[in-house]
Design a protein around this ligand. Structure first.
Ligand SMILES: C[S@@+](CC[C@H](N)C(=O)[O-])C[C@H]1O[C@@H](n2cnc3c(N)ncnc32)[C@H](O)[C@@H]1O
Length: 390
């Protein structure tokens, strides 16, 4: 049996990225996450990580605690996108990047994999990173980057993400013809093809079999445990997080008007809010309804608020729809997706254990790297390392 590749997960959140890598046989040996609720979720699903999750600001983790590892995964949240952004490493916004570089230098991984929002590639932090690889603190690494969309890797969600892969220079130099590891090529597409691309996964494939009628609006009452010195309720799992909201009658009337793929632009005038009436263009996803047979849009941290995006459940009275298929049941589900539905669209397993409040669990889910995307990257990096004899 080959030894499992070890990894350190920085800014680990609830562990979406780690879970994808673990699915390909990697073993987490250290994680850093300063939000106690997310860190509690991370450990609850990995009992072997007890004592190895540093629930503190990354800047406060002593260098002596950083082990050697095969991989470093995760990346600092991107803070600024202004064109005025400073490229100065001493700019306070770049503090987290300095920390990231400190970890990479100390752990000396073969590869690091950094995930960030799509706009990261236009940020000053990204410039800083490229500059460090060009003779600076990352001079031992060769960087490759690309914009990956999760649905192109078998996730039922169109979530664009910047992925940067750094390969240690000695590994690149051993096999100059192979070059550095580049981000993986898509495995899925809207239209499958003869070359082996499979068809995109759909919302239906992930959430169709869950109960549509959700009356419960709160997480069940659980014992509050002290974890990382904080009182945190949990764990919640499976249908326990299949919780809805209590929309006011006006919201229900709005939801009823919106067909799959539609949004606030399809509301009759009397149901428009004044701000929508004054701003008839733009923000097409607001109050949007998902489609059963397409990937979902990006699941963000406030997926439970339809006014924030295309988060209405896809089931809508088909009798009202021009392309009604009479085989479909004709009831509508007039609510946003639940926490469980959001977690499944992020490719978490139903039995994942969650700690925290309703709001903090939503944040953990929305912040995560879709497990399937992480797994596709993990698979690719592992096979690329193997083909280079590592
Ligand atoms: C985008 S989320 C990471 C999601 C994670 N990779 C996953 O797949 O679940 C970024 C995380 O960084 C954490 N974070 C931000 N600043 C931090 C800091 N200074 N020290 C430690 N963690 C930090 C946040 O609490 C948040 O959970």
């Amino acid at each position: 049996m080959p030894r499992a590749l070890t990894m350190i997960d920085l800014f680990a959140g609830c562990g979406g990225m780690s879970l994808g890598f673990e699915g390909e046989g990697y073993r987490s040996i250290m994680a850093v996450e300063f939000d106690a609720h997310a860190a509690a979720t991370y450990v609850a699903n990995r009992p072997h990580m007890e004592g190895k999750v540093f629930c503190q600001d990354i800047a406060d983790v002593p260098t002596a605690e950083i082990p050697k590892a095969d991989l470093v995964i995760g990346g600092p949240p991107c803070q600024g996108f202004s064109n005025l952004g400073s490229k100065d490493v001493n700019d306070p916004r770049n503090k987290l990047w300095k920390e990231y570089l400190r970890f990479v230098n100390e752990a000396d991984p073969k590869v690091f994999v950094l995930e960030n929002v799509d706009r990261f590639r236009r940020s000053s932090e990204f410039d800083l990173l490229l500059r460090e690889a060009d003779g600076g603190l990352l001079k031992n690494y060769v960087l490759e980057h690309a914009l990956l969309v999760a649905s192109d890797y078998g996730v039922a969600q169109r979530r664009p993400r910047t992925i940067v892969i750094g390969t240690r220079r000695d590994i690149v130099d051993e096999h100059p013809k192979m070059g550095p590891i580049t981000p993986p090529k898509p495995t899925h597409a809207r239209v499958p093809d003869l070359l082996g691309l499979k068809e995109w996964e759909t919302v239906r494939s992930r959430i169709y079999d869950l109960p549509w009628d959700v009356q419960v609006t709160d997480l069940p009452t659980k014992e509050v445990k002290t974890i990382f010195d904080k009182p945190i309720p949990g764990p919640f799992t499976g249908l326990e997080i299949h919780v809805g909201r209590n929309p006011v009658p006006m919201s229900l009337q709005r939801y009823a008007h919106i067909h799959p793929g539609g949004g606030r632009h399809h509301l009759p005038d009397e149901l428009l809010s004044p701000c929508w009436r004054n701003k008839p263009k733009g923000t097409t996803d607001v109050m949007g309804r998902m489609r059963w047979d397409a990937p979902s849009p990006t699941i963000r941290t406030e997926f439970f608020k339809p006014e924030k995006g295309r988060y209405l459940h896809p089931q809508w009275n088909p009798a009202l729809h021009p392309r009604w298929n009479p085989d479909e049941p004709s009831n509508s589900v007039n609510r946003p997706i639940t926490h469980l539905e959001a977690a499944l669209l992020q490719d978490f397993p139903r039995e994942y254990k969650w700690y925290g409040t309703k709001v903090s669990i939503a944040r953990q889910i929305g912040n995560a790297v879709p497990v399937g995307l992480a797994r596709a990257i993990a698979f690719h990096v592992k096979s690329e390392l193997e083909s280079r004899g590592h």
